[in-house]
Ligand binder design. Structure first.
Ligand SMILES: NC(=O)CC[C@H](N)C(=O)O
Length: 698
């Protein structure tokens, strides 16, 4: 048995392998490209490609692929073998620098949201040397960015890299203003906590809803749910533990820093959290984690559900995005420092985040919007759909003291003037965590809790990075021109607190009173659904900000709005169609068979003697007959609603019709079917119940 340290990164062409297999000259130029974004010479690319191929072949690979993240939300790969014919009738294994740096997949079958109408169908993949290549199965996977012939991004990685660059550029201006000339670059890092459910594969296969949509569309509450709180952090069952062991092994081999695993709140729900890493790499790793979770589950006779709300009535699954900004010299810019100067810099970065979250709360909401996540946000188990920030008591008190020029109690009753040299020292916040906040400060990072379990983390981080870059740009523009740096800094921080304190909320985000206060008093956005928020992606302020940092072009934004709304509509329509199919071909016939059985029983009893009571049968028959009628009507109505949605002539009206009509019709059908389920003999029920699914893995 190999130890963890031996297997860790075994399938990754990482720094250790590069050092061992590349000449010093090639290694140094590649490092310059990776660390400082310098252009890569083709001779270097050729040498890297050859070394990569030799290493991959030695480790059992026969193929390579440009691995990318199109707008489907999952990853894409097309495998090419390394073979090349040799004159003697055999083959040699070959891989060139050109093949490493650029690929030309046909882009026409990936979502482009209208970009294809104006640009050619051909697409390009371009090597992203900042994320290591790795072996998956028999294939060397090369992380790449994916764009159209015209250079428009067709993926999630390109804008993510652009947003990291935008933040780097603006943060460096601030760092220089504070007199630091040693820092070369700034990167954001993320540790995404991945929640998921595990269900038995045989049971899963019996449910069309799980197979087609990833969530249950029917299902009466089981007698036991999560009310005893006995699953959270509970003992992990042997079958789940075996799955987790295998999963960790595979992730570690791929250099993924899988760290924490535990049972989550809902029965059958679990979580895996990695150690944080650079956002770009964390995004690749999270995509791989989701893929490998599903693969490993199959090996164990299980299915891993990544849907945000697989079961009504118990908690859904999120993916909390723990985000921070660090310099290449190892300074976490969101950690309070030891000296007054460090703390002034910390406060400025903190203010940049506060301003960003307030100014672009709509973009943060949009970045996590999917049909699945709409079920989770605001359902008192995950943050509400209203974005706000939790800072904790100490930071809050400091900000208040600065804003009002009043003494901060912990610093000897001295009025805080936020000059670099006079800022008092304060320790990092030690207050409790707030699990109801969408965006919580946790001492040296922010936990953005709105992401759904199936979301790519790219979108949220693109918006976050760019919005913070925008705040920093505004600050740097002012500070660079300031006559007195300290006074200007103090004033700017005060102004930010004054202007943006409405976004700070330290109370209970699940409270209805908060939603009222947030929307009515504070004027914060409350976009309940994907259909509500997505059109705001194209609001002028958002387009201006995102295009000015060159993270998206206007055409890219339009295409992304189209694609996201299209995905929303398609997902809900598939759910609607699945419900019609299950209600008609499984549920109604099952109830009818049971009804027939009861009617037969009553008739037989009566045949024996008129005196025998058939009250039970006749009551049940009455109730079930009413229900089958309701099921039949609701199914027909749902079907017409689906047809009605089909008449809409654009995606915005279609998504609104889905939100306003279709989802209600789905709800009505579900209620009737769930009522029938509890009255029908389990023997006749056509698929596994909530109880079976939630407690079936032992
Ligand atoms: N324990 C928890 O933090 C629960 C989180 C919750 N499952 C969510 O969707 O965000």
């Amino acid at each position: 048995m190999s130890t963890v340290t031996e297997i860790f990164g075994r399938k990754v062409f990482d720094d250790r392998v590069m050092k061992a297999t590349l000449s010093a000259k090639v290694y140094n130029s590649l490092k310059k490209t990776i660390d400082e974004g310098e252009n890569l010479d083709i001779s270097v690319a050729n040498a890297v490609a050859a070394a990569m191929k030799d290493w991959a072949v030695e480790n059992g690979a026969t193929h390579y692929t440009h691995w990318f993240q199109p707008l489907t939300g999952i990853t894409a790969e097309k495998h090419d073998s390394f073979i090349s014919p040799s004159p003697d009738g055999g083959v040699i294994m070959e891989f060139s620098g050109k093949e490493l740096i650029k690929g030309e997949p046909d882009a026409s079958s990936f979502p482009s949201g209208g970009l294809r109408a104006t640009f050619e169908a051909r697409g390009y993949t371009a090597w992203d040397p900042t994320s290591y290549a790795f072996i998956k199965g028999k294939t060397l996977c090369i992380p790449t960015a994916f764009c159209s012939y015209g250079g428009e991004a067709l993926d999630k990685k390109t804008p993510l890299l652009r947003s990291m660059e935008a933040l780097n550029k603006q943060a460096m201006r601030i760092i220089r203003l504070f007199g630091d000339n040693t820092v070369k670059c700034v990167k954001t890092s993320v540790g995404p906590e991945q929640e998921y459910f595990l269900v038995d594969r045989e049971m899963y296969n019996k449910r069309q809803d799980l197979v087609f949509t990833g969530r249950t569309l029917f299902g009466a509450k089981s007698p036991k749910g999560q009310e005893l709180d006995d699953h959270y952090f509970g003992v992990i069952k042997p079958r789940v533990e075996a799955f987790m062991d295998d999963l960790n092994h595979e992730l570690w081999e791929l250099g993924i820093l899988a760290k924490t695993e535990h049972n989550e709140v809902a029965p059958a729900q679990h979580e895996l959290a990695p150690i944080y890493t650079t956002t770009n790499v964390a995004t690749d790793h999270n995509q791989l984690t989701m893929e490998i979770m599903q693969k490993v589950a199959t090996k164990h006779g299980l299915v891993c559900l990544l849907h945000e709300k697989p079961f009504a009535g118990v908690n859904g699954s999120g993916k909390h995005n723990n985000w921070s900004i660090t310099t290449d010299t190892g300074i976490n810019l969101l950690a309070p420092g030891k000296t007054p100067c460090e703390n002034a810099q910390f406060l400025l970065f903190l203010c940049a985040v506060i301003k960003a979250v307030d100014d672009y709360q709509d973009l943060l909401r949009i970045s996590v919007a999917t049909a699945g996540n709409d079920h989770r946000l605001g359902a008192n188990e995950a943050p509400p759909a209203v974005v706000s920030m939790f800072l904790g008591d100490e930071l809050n008190a400091i900000l208040e003291a600065i804003e009002t020029n009043t003494p901060y109690s912990d610093v000897g009753k001295q009025v805080m003037k936020l000059g670099v040299s006079v800022l008092p020292q304060f320790t990092k916040d030690t207050t409790d965590r707030n699990r109801t906040s969408p965006f919580a400060f946790t001492g040296n990072k922010f936990e953005f809790r709105m992401l759904g379990s199936s979301n790519s983390i790219a979108c949220a981080n693109i918006m976050l990075n760019t919005a913070v870059a925008e705040s920093l740009k505004i600050y740097a523009d002012r500070l660079e021109k300031a006559e007195n740096f300290e006074t200007a800094l103090h004033e700017m921080i005060r102004k930010t607190i004054k202007d943006h304190k409405r976004i700070i909320f330290n109370g209970n985000g699940y409270d209805d009173a908060w939603i009222k206060e947030a929307t009515e008093k504070r004027g914060l956005c409350n976009y309940r659904t994907t259909a509500d928020c997505l059109p705001h992606l194209l609001d002028k302020k958002n387009v201006d900000m995102l295009t000015s940092h060159k993270v998206f072009t206007e055409a890219e934004l339009k295409s992304r709005m189209e694609i996201t709304l299209e995905n929303y509509c398609k997902a809900v329509l598939i759910e609607g169609n699945t419900m019609v199919s299950m209600a008609r071909s499984e549920i109604a016939p099952a109830v009818e068979t049971f009804v027939k059985e009861i009617a037969k029983t009553a008739a037989l009893k009566k045949a024996v003697s008129d005196d025998i009571s058939c009250v039970y049968e006749s009551n049940l028959l009455k109730k079930l007959s009413v229900l089958t009628e309701r099921i039949s009507i609701a199914t027909d109505e749902l079907e017409s609603a689906i047809a009605q949605v089909g008449q809409c002539d654009n995606i915005v009206t279609e998504s609104a019709a889905i939100r306003d009509v279709l989802i209600n019709k789905m709800g009505e059908l579900r209620v009737a079917c769930d009522e029938a389920e509890v009255l029908t003999s389990k023997k006749y029920w056509p698929f596994p119940t909530y109880g079976d699914l939630l407690f079936g893995v032992r």
